[in-house]
Design a protein around this ligand. Structure first.
Ligand SMILES: Cc1ncc(COP(=O)(O)O)c(C=O)c1O
Length: 380
């Protein structure tokens, strides 16, 4: 049978897992009220930064007694700040099942050189045995592993009466998956992910326990200014009112405010989660029928609804599969049918399709036939 090109392209072919698709209908016009060419510490700038924090709290449903700060260097900046500021006072359990989680393990073992570290790992597509986590230790984990499409199903495995703090990289989960705030002490994410904001700015959310810990056990190491959360044993609380450590991009702040407005109008957190679920379900319907591809996460309970990761069903020749992955992504990009859909470089060869709330379900539905077309067109 001839392999015919589908007639309909996704209206927005943006399926990257970061930076993610901007909100439906986004144009540069959205940024026209940005506070540009002025000090971010002037009343107008500070007001916008404060609003960015308050509206993040409202949309993400962050408890009133948690603090939210805008920090430099995106999600990585927020995670590094937390780890370098907090770890070392107690044993640490590092949990990793894909590339980003592995990165945090490297940091703790090779850069911070902490001695009392237990690492619990799993291969791509799986979740480690979370019952092995010692509640007496500090815990570092990634809620949604962006490069394997595996997420924790819940936070039941974290003890309510834990002694340590939990540090959670939630960058590809926030605004798409429910986060159990009672079990989380530090939560980080970037603007560039699930609401389609801009990169370079991260958010650091601290529970009252995290603040207590920061003030009680100062980091046993020197810290550069960019990481410092305390001064003289006290939290620098201005950071959590919008007095950023260094200068933020007010263009990015404006974009974030617009993202939050869109999220609110879309119906808030439950609606965002429902949109991601609907997108992942639409992609799953296609994948089940395709025959040549399957989920990397076999267990639906731990399967992501954002960074949905698929691997080729025939895995006899990894090099050939890697080449095919590249060819498919290239063809789809050239046709403006789908951008950035190749699997992450360290993941098994296949495809990764972002299904977060800023993507329209109709575009996921239009994508399926293109994926089939590209599969056939790259045969041999
Ligand atoms: C789970 C996870 N952690 C960290 C990062 C790094 O994020 P950023 O580049 O925003 O610092 C990413 C980016 O994709 C990610 O998916």
């Amino acid at each position: 049978m001839a392999n015919t090109m589908p007639g309909v392209r996704p209206a927005v072919p943006h399926f990257s897992s970061g930076p993610c698709a901007k909100r439906p209908g986004w144009t540069l016009q959205a940024l026209k009220d940005a506070f540009l060419g002025r000090s971010h510490r002037a009343k107008g700038g500070k007001g916008k930064l404060k609003r960015a924090i308050e509206e993040t709290r409202a949309v993400l449903e962050v408890p009133a007694d948690f603090l939210i700060g805008i920090v430099p260097a995106s999600d990585t900046g927020a995670m590094e700040m937390a780890m370098w500021s907090m770890l070392g006072a107690r044993p640490v359990t590092m949990i990793a099942w894909e590339s980003f989680g592995e990165g945090w393990v490297t940091d703790v073992a090779k850069q911070l050189k902490l001695k009392d570290v237990t690492t619990i790992k799993a291969l791509y597509g799986k979740l480690p045995d979370l019952s092995k986590v010692d509640p007496k230790s500090d815990i570092v984990f990634t809620w949604n592993g962006t490069t394997s499409g595996v997420r924790v199903p819940n936070a039941d495995w974290i003890a309510a009466d834990r002694d340590g703090v939990t540090i959670c990289d939630a960058t590809s989960a926030a605004f798409a998956q429910p986060l159990n705030w009672a079990k989380l002490d530090v939560v980080t994410f970037s603007w560039q992910k699930a609401l389609g904001g801009e990169a370079a700015h991260g958010m650091l959310v601290l529970s009252p326990r995290a603040v207590e810990r920061l003030e009680r056990d100062p980091a046993p190491r020197p810290l550069p200014k960019i990481f410092r959360l305390t001064k003289g044993g006290k939290l620098i609380d201005g950071i959590f009112r919008g007095e950023t450590i260094n200068t933020p991009s007010m263009l990015c702040v404006e974009d974030w405010l617009f993202a939050l407005d869109w999220a609110e109008q879309a119906g808030g957190l439950d609606a965002l989660i429902a949109r991601a679920d609907a997108n992942a379900a639409a992609l799953d319907r296609w994948a089940q029928g395709a025959g040549w591809i399957e989920h990397l996460a076999k267990d639906p309970a731990i399967r992501s609804n954002t960074s949905v990761s698929l691997q080729f069903a025939d895995r006899a020749d990894e090099d050939a599969n890697r080449a095919r992955q590249k060819a498919i992504a290239k063809l789809l990009e050239a046709e403006d049918a789908a951008y950035d859909v190749a699997a992450y470089r360290d993941a098994p060869p296949g495809l990764r399709i972002w299904c977060g709330a800023t993507v329209e379900t109709a575009d996921i539905e239009a994508l399926g036939p293109w994926l089939n077309y590209a599969w056939e067109a790259t045969r041999g």
